[in-house]
Design a protein around this ligand. Structure first.
Ligand code: SF4
Length: 207
C-alpha cells in the first residue's frame, strides 16, 4: 500500500514536470496546468479584469476545497509531494514549526486584495506556478542567468524544506491557506457535515 502510494505520488510529480517542460509538443496546452489553482487563475482574471477559460480551470479545485478543505494538499499537489520528500531528507522534528508564524492566510488575502485592486501581487508564490516555473527551465532556448529566475523559487523552497521540513506547507503556502479558508467557508455554509473539513498539509505527521 505504501509502495502504491509512493508510485502514485511520483507519477503525479512526473506528469506535472512533463507538462511544465512541454516534452511533447502536441500537448503544449497542458503547460497551462497551474491554472488549476483557483488562487492563481482567479487572481489573474481579477487583476486583468477579464475572464477566460483559464479562469474557469480553477473552479474544480475551488469546489473541492469547499467540500474537502485541503484534500488536494494531501493527495495531489506536486509541489507539496516534492517538498515533503525533500523535508524527509532533513529529518528534523517538526516541533520547531510552532515558533513560526502562520503567514499563508495573510499571503492569500494579500493576493486576493491585490487582484481586486488590479495588481497581480505575489502570484508567483502560488505553489503550482513555482513548480511549473522550475520545470519550464528546460524550455529556455538561450541559457543566461536570467533563464534561471523562474525556477529560483522552487530551488529556494527545496533548500528550505531540507533545513526546515514542512515550513512552506504548514506555515507559508498561500494555496494551502486558501484551501483551508474555503474548507471553513464550506463548513459554515453546511456544504458538508463538520468532520475533517480543513484537513491538514501533507506534512501532517499523521499523513
Ligand atoms: S500547502 Fe501548498 S505546496 Fe503544500 S501541498 Fe498544499 S498547495 Fe501544495
Amino acid at each position: 500500500m505504501r509502495a502504491a502510494r509512493l508510485m502514485l505520488r511520483l507519477l503525479i510529480v512526473a506528469v506535472a514536470a512533463a507538462a511544465s517542460a512541454r516534452i511533447v509538443d502536441r500537448l503544449a496546452p497542458a503547460a497551462a496546468w497551474p491554472a488549476l489553482s483557483p488562487l492563481l487563475s482567479g487572481c489573474s482574471a481579477l487583476a486583468r479584469r477579464s475572464a477566460s477559460w483559464l479562469a474557469a480551470a480553477g473552479l474544480p479545485l475551488l469546489v473541492l476545497a469547499l467540500l474537502r478543505g485541503r484534500w488536494f494538499c494531501r493527495r495531489l499537489c506536486p509541489t507539496g509531494i516534492l517538498l515533503t520528500g525533500l523535508g524527509r531528507l532533513g529529518r528534523r522534528p517538526t516541533g520547531f514549526l510552532r515558533r513560526v508564524p502562520v503567514l499563508g492566510p495573510a499571503l492569500c488575502l494579500a493576493m486576493i486584495g491585490g487582484a481586486l485592486a488590479g495588481l497581480p501581487l505575489f502570484l508567483a508564490l502560488d505553489p503550482l506556478s513555482l513548480f511549473s516555473g522550475f520545470f519550464s527551465l528546460w524550455r529556455a532556448e538561450h541559457w543566461r542567468w536570467t533563464a534561471l529566475l523562474p525556477g529560483a523559487g522552487l530551488i529556494l523552497l527545496g533548500i528550505a524544506s531540507v533545513i526546515w521540513p514542512c515550513l512552506w506547507c504548514e506555515r507559508l503556502c498561500p494555496l494551502g491557506a486558501c484551501q483551508a479558508l474555503l474548507g471553513r467557508a464550506g463548513r459554515a455554509l453546511r456544504v458538508r457535515p463538520a468532520a475533517d473539513q480543513n484537513g491538514s498539509a501533507p506534512c501532517d505527521p499523521a499523513s
